[in-house]
Design a protein around this ligand. Structure first.
Ligand code: ADP
Ligand code: MG
Length: 398
Protein backbone atom coordinates (compact mmCIF):
# COMPACT_ATOMS: atom_id res chain seq x y z
CA UNK A 1 0.00 0.00 0.00
CA UNK A 2 1.08 3.56 -0.75
CA UNK A 3 0.26 4.81 2.76
CA UNK A 4 2.05 4.05 6.01
CA UNK A 5 0.24 1.76 8.42
CA UNK A 6 0.56 0.85 12.08
CA UNK A 7 2.99 -1.85 10.96
CA UNK A 8 5.47 0.89 10.01
CA UNK A 9 5.65 2.70 13.35
CA UNK A 10 6.87 2.26 16.92
CA UNK A 11 3.95 1.72 19.23
CA UNK A 12 5.15 0.77 22.70
CA UNK A 13 3.90 3.18 25.34
CA UNK A 14 2.62 5.77 22.88
CA UNK A 15 -0.76 7.47 23.15
CA UNK A 16 -2.57 6.65 19.92
CA UNK A 17 -5.70 8.42 18.77
CA UNK A 18 -7.60 5.96 16.58
CA UNK A 19 -10.45 7.21 14.39
CA UNK A 20 -12.82 4.27 14.06
CA UNK A 21 -16.15 3.93 12.30
CA UNK A 22 -18.43 2.97 15.18
CA UNK A 23 -21.43 4.49 13.42
CA UNK A 24 -23.50 1.40 14.19
CA UNK A 25 -27.13 0.85 13.22
CA UNK A 26 -29.31 1.26 16.32
CA UNK A 27 -32.78 -0.21 16.83
CA UNK A 28 -35.33 2.59 16.34
CA UNK A 29 -37.46 1.49 19.30
CA UNK A 30 -35.01 0.22 21.91
CA UNK A 31 -31.85 2.13 20.90
CA UNK A 32 -29.90 -1.15 21.15
CA UNK A 33 -27.08 -1.95 18.71
CA UNK A 34 -28.70 -3.92 15.87
CA UNK A 35 -25.49 -4.81 14.01
CA UNK A 36 -21.96 -4.76 15.47
CA UNK A 37 -20.12 -5.70 12.25
CA UNK A 38 -18.20 -2.41 12.18
CA UNK A 39 -17.03 -2.98 15.76
CA UNK A 40 -15.82 -6.48 14.96
CA UNK A 41 -14.02 -5.20 11.88
CA UNK A 42 -11.73 -2.99 14.00
CA UNK A 43 -10.69 -5.76 16.41
CA UNK A 44 -7.52 -6.72 14.48
CA UNK A 45 -6.21 -3.15 14.72
CA UNK A 46 -7.14 -2.82 18.38
CA UNK A 47 -5.63 -6.18 19.32
CA UNK A 48 -2.46 -5.32 17.40
CA UNK A 49 -2.08 -2.03 19.28
CA UNK A 50 -2.97 -3.52 22.68
CA UNK A 51 -0.45 -6.34 22.25
CA UNK A 52 2.26 -3.75 21.55
CA UNK A 53 1.60 -1.62 24.61
CA UNK A 54 -0.26 1.33 23.09
CA UNK A 55 -2.45 3.63 25.18
CA UNK A 56 -5.52 3.72 22.94
CA UNK A 57 -7.92 6.63 22.55
CA UNK A 58 -10.80 5.76 20.23
CA UNK A 59 -13.04 8.32 18.56
CA UNK A 60 -16.01 8.03 16.18
CA UNK A 61 -19.26 9.61 15.16
CA UNK A 62 -22.61 7.89 15.66
CA UNK A 63 -25.68 8.90 13.68
CA UNK A 64 -26.47 12.49 12.76
CA UNK A 65 -26.71 14.62 15.91
CA UNK A 66 -25.86 17.72 13.81
CA UNK A 67 -23.58 19.47 16.27
CA UNK A 68 -25.60 19.11 19.46
CA UNK A 69 -25.72 16.57 22.27
CA UNK A 70 -28.34 13.87 21.58
CA UNK A 71 -28.62 11.43 24.48
CA UNK A 72 -29.77 8.55 22.25
CA UNK A 73 -26.52 8.86 20.27
CA UNK A 74 -24.04 8.66 23.15
CA UNK A 75 -21.15 6.22 22.76
CA UNK A 76 -21.59 4.54 26.17
CA UNK A 77 -23.56 1.63 24.72
CA UNK A 78 -20.83 1.14 22.10
CA UNK A 79 -18.10 1.10 24.78
CA UNK A 80 -20.05 -1.66 26.55
CA UNK A 81 -20.28 -3.85 23.45
CA UNK A 82 -16.65 -3.24 22.50
CA UNK A 83 -15.56 -4.28 25.98
CA UNK A 84 -17.46 -7.57 25.57
CA UNK A 85 -15.87 -8.21 22.18
CA UNK A 86 -12.34 -7.37 23.35
CA UNK A 87 -12.70 -9.11 26.69
CA UNK A 88 -11.17 -6.03 28.34
CA UNK A 89 -12.54 -2.99 30.12
CA UNK A 90 -13.12 -0.01 27.81
CA UNK A 91 -13.19 3.42 29.43
CA UNK A 92 -15.73 5.99 28.28
CA UNK A 93 -15.85 9.76 28.72
CA UNK A 94 -18.90 11.90 28.05
CA UNK A 95 -17.14 14.36 25.76
CA UNK A 96 -14.38 14.12 23.15
CA UNK A 97 -12.39 17.24 24.09
CA UNK A 98 -11.82 19.22 27.30
CA UNK A 99 -10.17 18.75 30.70
CA UNK A 100 -12.00 15.56 31.72
CA UNK A 101 -10.99 13.90 28.45
CA UNK A 102 -7.39 15.15 28.73
CA UNK A 103 -7.11 13.70 32.23
CA UNK A 104 -8.56 10.34 31.17
CA UNK A 105 -6.19 10.16 28.19
CA UNK A 106 -3.20 11.14 30.32
CA UNK A 107 -4.01 8.44 32.89
CA UNK A 108 -4.18 5.58 30.39
CA UNK A 109 -1.77 2.75 31.09
CA UNK A 110 -0.17 0.61 28.41
CA UNK A 111 -2.75 -1.59 26.68
CA UNK A 112 -5.70 0.37 28.06
CA UNK A 113 -8.56 1.56 25.85
CA UNK A 114 -10.65 4.71 26.16
CA UNK A 115 -13.63 5.59 23.93
CA UNK A 116 -14.46 9.28 23.51
CA UNK A 117 -17.98 10.69 23.16
CA UNK A 118 -19.66 11.13 19.75
CA UNK A 119 -17.51 13.54 17.72
CA UNK A 120 -20.53 15.03 15.96
CA UNK A 121 -21.88 16.50 19.21
CA UNK A 122 -19.50 19.33 18.25
CA UNK A 123 -20.39 21.23 15.06
CA UNK A 124 -16.65 21.78 14.46
CA UNK A 125 -16.21 18.10 13.58
CA UNK A 126 -18.10 18.21 10.28
CA UNK A 127 -16.62 21.63 9.51
CA UNK A 128 -13.11 20.15 9.53
CA UNK A 129 -12.23 22.83 12.08
CA UNK A 130 -8.45 22.98 12.70
CA UNK A 131 -8.82 24.27 16.28
CA UNK A 132 -11.12 21.38 17.24
CA UNK A 133 -8.69 19.02 15.48
CA UNK A 134 -5.83 20.53 17.51
CA UNK A 135 -7.66 19.64 20.73
CA UNK A 136 -8.14 16.06 19.57
CA UNK A 137 -4.52 15.85 18.43
CA UNK A 138 -3.39 17.15 21.83
CA UNK A 139 -4.60 13.91 23.43
CA UNK A 140 -2.09 11.69 21.62
CA UNK A 141 1.36 11.17 20.09
CA UNK A 142 0.20 9.41 16.94
CA UNK A 143 -3.00 9.31 14.86
CA UNK A 144 -4.38 6.16 13.24
CA UNK A 145 -7.27 6.19 10.80
CA UNK A 146 -9.15 2.89 10.70
CA UNK A 147 -12.47 4.44 9.69
CA UNK A 148 -12.70 3.56 6.00
CA UNK A 149 -16.45 4.22 6.12
CA UNK A 150 -15.78 7.89 6.98
CA UNK A 151 -12.72 8.40 4.76
CA UNK A 152 -14.69 10.16 2.01
CA UNK A 153 -15.49 12.99 4.43
CA UNK A 154 -13.03 15.79 5.14
CA UNK A 155 -13.93 16.18 8.81
CA UNK A 156 -11.81 17.29 11.76
CA UNK A 157 -11.29 13.72 12.99
CA UNK A 158 -10.46 12.34 9.54
CA UNK A 159 -8.62 15.15 7.79
CA UNK A 160 -7.53 18.16 9.88
CA UNK A 161 -6.28 16.02 12.79
CA UNK A 162 -4.11 13.98 10.43
CA UNK A 163 -2.24 17.16 9.54
CA UNK A 164 -1.28 17.69 13.19
CA UNK A 165 0.13 14.30 14.22
CA UNK A 166 2.11 11.54 12.54
CA UNK A 167 -0.81 9.83 10.75
CA UNK A 168 -1.00 6.24 9.54
CA UNK A 169 -3.64 3.71 8.46
CA UNK A 170 -5.06 0.97 10.66
CA UNK A 171 -5.34 -2.64 9.54
CA UNK A 172 -9.01 -2.37 8.50
CA UNK A 173 -8.28 0.73 6.41
CA UNK A 174 -5.35 -1.12 4.84
CA UNK A 175 -7.48 -4.19 4.06
CA UNK A 176 -10.30 -2.12 2.56
CA UNK A 177 -7.96 -0.12 0.33
CA UNK A 178 -5.91 -3.05 -0.84
CA UNK A 179 -8.91 -5.31 -1.59
CA UNK A 180 -10.71 -2.60 -3.55
CA UNK A 181 -7.56 -1.44 -5.34
CA UNK A 182 -6.67 -4.95 -6.42
CA UNK A 183 -10.20 -5.66 -7.59
CA UNK A 184 -10.36 -2.50 -9.69
CA UNK A 185 -6.76 -2.36 -10.93
CA UNK A 186 -5.70 -5.98 -11.34
CA UNK A 187 -8.74 -8.23 -11.20
CA UNK A 188 -8.36 -11.88 -12.08
CA UNK A 189 -10.64 -12.21 -15.10
CA UNK A 190 -13.41 -12.64 -15.91
CA UNK A 191 -14.47 -9.84 -13.56
CA UNK A 192 -18.20 -9.28 -12.94
CA UNK A 193 -19.73 -6.27 -11.26
CA UNK A 194 -23.21 -6.64 -9.77
CA UNK A 195 -25.03 -3.38 -9.18
CA UNK A 196 -28.44 -3.08 -7.57
CA UNK A 197 -30.02 -0.90 -4.92
CA UNK A 198 -32.45 1.93 -5.07
CA UNK A 199 -31.49 4.91 -7.18
CA UNK A 200 -29.37 4.82 -10.30
CA UNK A 201 -28.52 8.52 -9.88
CA UNK A 202 -26.29 7.65 -6.89
CA UNK A 203 -24.43 5.04 -8.93
CA UNK A 204 -24.02 6.37 -12.48
CA UNK A 205 -20.42 7.45 -11.90
CA UNK A 206 -19.56 4.11 -10.29
CA UNK A 207 -21.30 2.25 -13.12
CA UNK A 208 -19.18 4.10 -15.67
CA UNK A 209 -15.98 3.07 -13.90
CA UNK A 210 -17.14 -0.52 -13.45
CA UNK A 211 -18.10 -0.78 -17.09
CA UNK A 212 -14.58 0.29 -18.02
CA UNK A 213 -12.96 -2.26 -15.70
CA UNK A 214 -15.27 -5.26 -15.50
CA UNK A 215 -16.04 -7.81 -18.21
CA UNK A 216 -19.72 -7.97 -17.44
CA UNK A 217 -22.28 -6.07 -15.45
CA UNK A 218 -25.29 -7.64 -13.74
CA UNK A 219 -28.12 -5.37 -12.72
CA UNK A 220 -30.90 -5.60 -10.16
CA UNK A 221 -33.05 -3.54 -7.82
CA UNK A 222 -34.28 -0.12 -8.83
CA UNK A 223 -31.14 0.32 -10.95
CA UNK A 224 -32.37 -2.40 -13.30
CA UNK A 225 -35.71 -0.62 -13.76
CA UNK A 226 -34.04 2.44 -15.29
CA UNK A 227 -31.88 0.17 -17.49
CA UNK A 228 -34.99 -1.66 -18.69
CA UNK A 229 -36.80 1.59 -19.40
CA UNK A 230 -33.75 2.87 -21.29
CA UNK A 231 -34.06 -0.21 -23.52
CA UNK A 232 -37.70 0.54 -24.19
CA UNK A 233 -39.18 -2.04 -21.84
CA UNK A 234 -42.24 -0.85 -19.91
CA UNK A 235 -41.80 -1.21 -16.15
CA UNK A 236 -45.15 0.12 -14.89
CA UNK A 237 -44.94 1.92 -11.57
CA UNK A 238 -41.39 0.71 -10.84
CA UNK A 239 -38.72 3.05 -9.48
CA UNK A 240 -37.42 4.82 -12.57
CA UNK A 241 -35.42 8.03 -12.61
CA UNK A 242 -36.66 9.67 -15.79
CA UNK A 243 -33.84 12.23 -15.85
CA UNK A 244 -31.26 9.45 -15.81
CA UNK A 245 -32.57 7.52 -18.81
CA UNK A 246 -30.22 9.33 -21.18
CA UNK A 247 -27.11 8.61 -19.12
CA UNK A 248 -28.26 5.02 -18.71
CA UNK A 249 -28.68 4.71 -22.47
CA UNK A 250 -25.16 6.04 -22.76
CA UNK A 251 -23.91 3.22 -20.51
CA UNK A 252 -25.66 0.70 -22.77
CA UNK A 253 -24.00 2.27 -25.79
CA UNK A 254 -20.54 2.19 -24.19
CA UNK A 255 -21.06 -1.49 -23.36
CA UNK A 256 -22.00 -2.22 -26.95
CA UNK A 257 -19.01 -0.32 -28.34
CA UNK A 258 -16.55 -2.01 -25.99
CA UNK A 259 -17.98 -5.51 -26.21
CA UNK A 260 -19.02 -5.69 -22.57
CA UNK A 261 -22.19 -7.51 -21.51
CA UNK A 262 -24.82 -5.83 -19.38
CA UNK A 263 -27.30 -8.37 -18.02
CA UNK A 264 -30.81 -7.16 -17.22
CA UNK A 265 -33.51 -9.16 -15.42
CA UNK A 266 -35.55 -11.66 -17.48
CA UNK A 267 -38.38 -11.83 -14.97
CA UNK A 268 -39.55 -9.97 -11.90
CA UNK A 269 -41.66 -10.16 -8.77
CA UNK A 270 -44.07 -7.26 -9.15
CA UNK A 271 -46.65 -5.84 -6.75
CA UNK A 272 -49.40 -3.26 -6.62
CA UNK A 273 -47.46 -1.32 -4.00
CA UNK A 274 -44.74 -1.56 -1.38
CA UNK A 275 -47.22 -2.74 1.23
CA UNK A 276 -46.51 -6.26 2.47
CA UNK A 277 -50.19 -7.20 1.85
CA UNK A 278 -50.36 -5.69 -1.64
CA UNK A 279 -51.03 -8.40 -4.25
CA UNK A 280 -47.84 -9.62 -5.93
CA UNK A 281 -46.95 -12.02 -8.75
CA UNK A 282 -44.12 -13.28 -10.90
CA UNK A 283 -44.04 -12.00 -14.47
CA UNK A 284 -41.87 -12.05 -17.56
CA UNK A 285 -39.93 -8.79 -17.75
CA UNK A 286 -41.83 -7.73 -20.89
CA UNK A 287 -45.19 -8.19 -19.12
CA UNK A 288 -45.11 -5.61 -16.34
CA UNK A 289 -48.52 -3.93 -16.40
CA UNK A 290 -49.27 -0.28 -15.60
CA UNK A 291 -49.60 0.26 -11.84
CA UNK A 292 -47.36 -2.68 -10.92
CA UNK A 293 -43.84 -2.23 -9.63
CA UNK A 294 -40.82 -4.50 -9.81
CA UNK A 295 -39.66 -5.31 -6.28
CA UNK A 296 -37.42 -8.34 -6.80
CA UNK A 297 -35.73 -10.34 -9.54
CA UNK A 298 -37.36 -13.65 -10.46
CA UNK A 299 -36.07 -17.26 -10.72
CA UNK A 300 -35.19 -17.10 -14.45
CA UNK A 301 -33.01 -14.06 -13.75
CA UNK A 302 -31.33 -15.81 -10.83
CA UNK A 303 -30.56 -18.82 -13.04
CA UNK A 304 -29.10 -16.60 -15.78
CA UNK A 305 -27.00 -14.63 -13.27
CA UNK A 306 -25.74 -17.82 -11.65
CA UNK A 307 -24.67 -19.15 -15.05
CA UNK A 308 -22.81 -15.91 -15.84
CA UNK A 309 -21.14 -15.70 -12.43
CA UNK A 310 -19.94 -19.32 -12.40
CA UNK A 311 -17.21 -18.50 -14.93
CA UNK A 312 -16.01 -15.40 -13.06
CA UNK A 313 -12.88 -15.14 -10.94
CA UNK A 314 -13.59 -11.70 -9.44
CA UNK A 315 -16.97 -10.38 -8.35
CA UNK A 316 -17.75 -6.97 -6.91
CA UNK A 317 -21.30 -6.49 -5.64
CA UNK A 318 -23.00 -3.27 -4.56
CA UNK A 319 -26.74 -2.89 -4.04
CA UNK A 320 -29.48 -5.47 -3.27
CA UNK A 321 -31.52 -7.13 -6.04
CA UNK A 322 -34.84 -6.15 -4.52
CA UNK A 323 -36.60 -4.62 -1.55
CA UNK A 324 -34.96 -7.24 0.65
CA UNK A 325 -36.18 -5.59 3.88
CA UNK A 326 -39.62 -7.11 3.07
CA UNK A 327 -39.63 -10.93 3.29
CA UNK A 328 -41.78 -11.17 0.13
CA UNK A 329 -39.06 -9.49 -1.92
CA UNK A 330 -35.92 -10.79 -0.21
CA UNK A 331 -35.55 -14.01 -2.16
CA UNK A 332 -33.52 -12.70 -5.13
CA UNK A 333 -30.94 -10.97 -2.93
CA UNK A 334 -30.68 -13.97 -0.60
CA UNK A 335 -30.21 -16.46 -3.46
CA UNK A 336 -27.64 -14.23 -5.12
CA UNK A 337 -25.78 -13.96 -1.81
CA UNK A 338 -25.63 -17.76 -1.62
CA UNK A 339 -24.51 -18.00 -5.23
CA UNK A 340 -21.75 -15.40 -4.81
CA UNK A 341 -20.61 -17.02 -1.55
CA UNK A 342 -20.24 -20.40 -3.28
CA UNK A 343 -18.10 -19.08 -6.17
CA UNK A 344 -14.48 -20.02 -6.59
CA UNK A 345 -13.57 -16.35 -6.97
CA UNK A 346 -12.41 -13.26 -5.13
CA UNK A 347 -15.69 -11.78 -3.93
CA UNK A 348 -16.11 -8.26 -2.59
CA UNK A 349 -19.34 -6.81 -1.27
CA UNK A 350 -19.80 -3.11 -0.56
CA UNK A 351 -22.69 -0.89 0.52
CA UNK A 352 -24.52 -0.63 3.82
CA UNK A 353 -27.70 -2.42 2.80
CA UNK A 354 -25.91 -5.03 0.70
CA UNK A 355 -23.63 -5.91 3.61
CA UNK A 356 -26.68 -6.22 5.87
CA UNK A 357 -28.33 -8.54 3.34
CA UNK A 358 -25.18 -10.71 3.17
CA UNK A 359 -25.17 -10.93 6.96
CA UNK A 360 -28.87 -11.88 6.98
CA UNK A 361 -28.22 -14.59 4.41
CA UNK A 362 -25.59 -15.95 6.81
CA UNK A 363 -22.80 -16.04 4.23
CA UNK A 364 -20.50 -13.18 5.34
CA UNK A 365 -17.73 -15.64 6.25
CA UNK A 366 -17.69 -17.03 2.71
CA UNK A 367 -17.19 -13.63 1.06
CA UNK A 368 -13.55 -12.60 0.53
CA UNK A 369 -14.18 -9.08 1.77
CA UNK A 370 -17.30 -7.36 3.06
CA UNK A 371 -16.54 -3.65 2.99
CA UNK A 372 -17.58 -1.53 5.96
CA UNK A 373 -17.97 1.45 3.65
CA UNK A 374 -21.12 2.65 1.91
CA UNK A 375 -20.49 6.10 0.47
CA UNK A 376 -16.73 5.67 0.83
CA UNK A 377 -16.77 2.43 -1.17
CA UNK A 378 -18.79 4.05 -3.94
CA UNK A 379 -16.53 7.10 -4.10
CA UNK A 380 -13.50 4.84 -4.23
CA UNK A 381 -15.02 2.90 -7.12
CA UNK A 382 -15.77 6.22 -8.84
CA UNK A 383 -12.04 6.94 -8.68
CA UNK A 384 -12.44 9.90 -6.34
CA UNK A 385 -9.74 10.76 -3.84
CA UNK A 386 -10.67 10.07 -0.22
CA UNK A 387 -9.57 12.99 2.01
CA UNK A 388 -9.15 10.73 5.05
CA UNK A 389 -6.70 8.58 3.10
CA UNK A 390 -4.89 11.43 1.35
CA UNK A 391 -4.06 13.00 4.71
CA UNK A 392 -2.09 9.94 5.88
CA UNK A 393 1.69 9.68 5.57
CA UNK A 394 3.05 8.26 2.34
CA UNK A 395 5.32 5.28 2.49
CA UNK A 396 8.80 6.14 1.25
CA UNK A 397 9.47 4.47 -2.06
CA UNK A 398 12.92 2.92 -2.26
P1 ADP B 1 -26.30 -0.07 -0.55
O1 ADP B 1 -26.59 0.56 0.79
O2 ADP B 1 -25.94 -1.51 -0.40
O3 ADP B 1 -25.32 0.72 -1.36
P2 ADP B 1 -28.53 1.19 -1.80
O4 ADP B 1 -28.56 2.17 -0.67
O5 ADP B 1 -28.15 1.68 -3.13
O6 ADP B 1 -27.64 -0.08 -1.41
O7 ADP B 1 -29.96 0.54 -2.00
C1 ADP B 1 -30.59 -0.22 -1.00
C2 ADP B 1 -32.08 -0.07 -1.10
O8 ADP B 1 -32.54 -0.34 -2.39
C3 ADP B 1 -32.78 -1.04 -0.20
O9 ADP B 1 -33.31 -0.34 0.89
C4 ADP B 1 -33.86 -1.65 -1.07
O10 ADP B 1 -35.13 -1.68 -0.47
C5 ADP B 1 -33.89 -0.74 -2.28
N1 ADP B 1 -34.35 -1.43 -3.48
C6 ADP B 1 -33.88 -2.56 -3.99
N2 ADP B 1 -34.58 -2.94 -5.08
C7 ADP B 1 -35.54 -2.01 -5.28
C8 ADP B 1 -36.59 -1.84 -6.22
N3 ADP B 1 -36.77 -2.73 -7.20
N4 ADP B 1 -37.37 -0.77 -6.08
C9 ADP B 1 -37.18 0.12 -5.09
N5 ADP B 1 -36.21 0.02 -4.17
C10 ADP B 1 -35.38 -1.02 -4.24
MG1 MG C 1 -27.68 2.38 1.24
Amino acid sequence: MRKKTIRDIEIDGLRILVRVDFNLPLDIDSGAISDDRRLRATLPTLRYLIARGARIILCSHLGRPKGTVVDGLRMGIVAGRLSELLGLPVGYVSDCIGPEVEAAAANLKKGEVLLLENLRFHPEEEKNDPEFARKLAGLADVYVNDAFGAAHRAHASTEAVARQLPAVAGLLMEAELSMLTECLEQPTRPFAAIVGGAKISTKIAALEQLLARADLLLTGGGIACTFLKAQGIEVGASLVEADKIDSTRNLLRIAKDTGKRILLPDDAVVARGLDQDAPSKLVDITKIEPGWMMLDIGPATIRAYERALKTCRTVLWNGPMGVFERPNYAHGTRRLAEIVAALDATTIVGGGETAAAIEEAGVSEKISHVSTGGGATLEFIEGKRLPGVDALLDREVA
